[in-house]
Design a protein around this ligand. Sequence first.
Ligand code: SIN
Length: 304
Amino acid sequence: MVNTQVELSGVTLSNPIIPASGTFGFGYEFAELYDINMLGSFSFKGTTKEPRFGNPTPRIAECTAGMINSVGLQNPGVEKVISEELPKLSKCFHKPVIANISGFSVEEYAYCCELIDKEEQVGIIEVNVSCPNVHNGGMSFGTSPEAAAEVTRAVKKVTTKPVYIKLSPNVTDIVSIAKACEEAGADGISMINTLMGMRIDLKTKRPVIANKMGGFSGSAIFPVAVRMVYQVYDAVKIPIIGMGGVTTAEDVIELMLAGATAVQVGAANLVNPFACKDIIEDLPRVMEKYQITNLKDIIGGAHK
Ligand code: SIN
C-alpha cells in the first residue's frame, strides 16, 4: 500500500496530480468524461479582470513532441468566472481548486486576486506572471525580479489564501526571480510556463501562428522543467508546483525528485483527455517499482 498524499501550504492533496491552467477549462467539461474528484486539484483557465476574446487564429502549431499555443488568455473575466463558472465547477469538483490569475497591471492582479480569494472553493491562488502571448502584461511581469516581487507584494496585501507565482522559463536566471518572489511573501512557486517558440509554413512561407510566436509545451520541454525545478529548489524554502511536458507517472516522480511537491500536467490533456486519470492510476505501480512507499519522502531527493 503506497501513500500518494502531499501538502501545499496547508492544503492536503490526495495525490500530486493537477491539470495545468488552460488545458482543463473550468473542470466541468472533463467531468463529463470521468470523476475529476480523483485529481489532487486543478488549476482553472487563466482569468483576467476584463473578458478576453483571445488572439487571432490560427493559435496552435503542432511540433515534434509538443505544440505551440498563442491563445492570448481567452476567458470571460473574473466577475463571470465567479458568478457562472465557479458555481458550475462546485457541482462536479468537491476539493480546493487553484485559481489562475493574469493581469496587465499590478493593480489588475491585485483586483482579481482580492475577489477570487473570497471564493470558498479556491484553495490556492496561482499568479501567472509568465503568459508569453499578450503584450504589456503576463510575461513582462515575470522576466524581472523587481516586477515579479511587486506583483507578489500587491497580491499578498489583499489575500488570505496561499499565493503561488507561476514563472516563465524565458529568462536567463529563473532562480533570482523565484528568490525575489519568496522574499516578497510568495507561499510557493509554480514552474515552468511555456518556452517561446515559432513554426513557419513551407507552403505559405509565413508563420503558422497568426501572432507569429507562441508558447511551446509538451514532452520535449520536460528536461528543461527538471533542470529549472532542480535549480530553484536549491535556492528557496517555499514549495514548488512543477510542470512542463509531464506525460507519465515516471515523469511525476522525476520532477518530485528534482524538488516539486506537486506536479501539473498540461499539453498531455490536449492529446489525451484522460491523461491525468491515467497518470494517477499508474502512480502506485510506478512507486512500487521504485520502492517508494510515501511519495512526499522523495521531494527534492535528487539533491541528497
Ligand atoms: C494563453 O492563454 O495564451 C496561455 C496562457 C499562458 O501561457 O500563461
